[in-house]
Ligand binder design. Structure first.
Ligand SMILES: [Zn+2]
Length: 199
């Protein structure tokens, strides 16, 4: 069977939250970012980066080609102070926490058409997209990585009835997307002959 979608598990990724933890975005300058093998911690791949004032320039060689391009780094305030770092996908400009290397480029999951598993997660995607649209419309702050929402406030000037309808729709989509997420997880476990311990 031919695979049309890649798997996230197969890809090297850059995570803005991890990079922030390693102080990549403090100050600026050039350094290298490495991926290590589990136990041995042996480096199996690395890239060079230069960070300066919201711009992360990635440099690496992939498939014998030299790549060098800019990834915008943006911040949003955290609930309890501090800030959270995000990437703007270099292809679609969507704000994301993770970029994945595929076909020599670091793009977001959507641009690479990546799934969490070989099972197509179209249903999950479409419910999430619907959910995010509502969140944007209501101007809610949310965490795309963990799908947690907070500050569920009614935007100024919006009718209560409209607001209530959107919240209801949002909660419905959120519930559905959680169900699809769990279904995908179970499918993944099954394929690998694993059983969740709570079964
Ligand atoms: Zn993208």
């Amino acid at each position: 069977m031919e695979k049309t979608h890649g798997q996230i598990e197969d890809c090297l990724s850059l995570d803005s939250r991890v990079m922030a933890r390693y102080k990549v975005f403090d100050g600026g300058g050039s350094n290298s970012w490495a991926w290590r093998k589990g136990k041995s911690q042996e480096v199996f791949s690395s890239i060079t980066y230069h960070y300066d004032n919201g711009g992360l320039v990635l440099s690496y060689t992939c498939n014998e080609q030299q790549h060098r391009y800019l990834v915008d780094v943006v911040t949003t305030p955290c609930n309890y102070g501090g800030k959270r770092y995000w990437f703007n996908c270099p292809k679609c400009s969507k704000r994301v926490a993770k970029l994945y290397l595929r076909n020599s480029m670091f793009f977001c999951r959507t641009c690479h058409k990546l799934n969490y598993s070989t099972q197509q997660s179209c249903k999950l995607e479409s419910t999430r997209v619907g959910m995010y649209k509502i969140r944007n419309k209501l101007n809610w702050q949310y965490d795309t990585a963990f799908m947690k929402s907070w500050h569920k406030l009614k935007p100024k000037g919006m009718h209560h009835s409209t607001y209530n309808r959107l919240v209801q729709r949002h909660d419905e989509l959120e519930r559905k997307s959680e169900q699809y997420c769990i279904a995908n997880f179970h499918a993944f476990m099954n394929r690998h002959g694993l059983k969740p311990s709570w079964d």
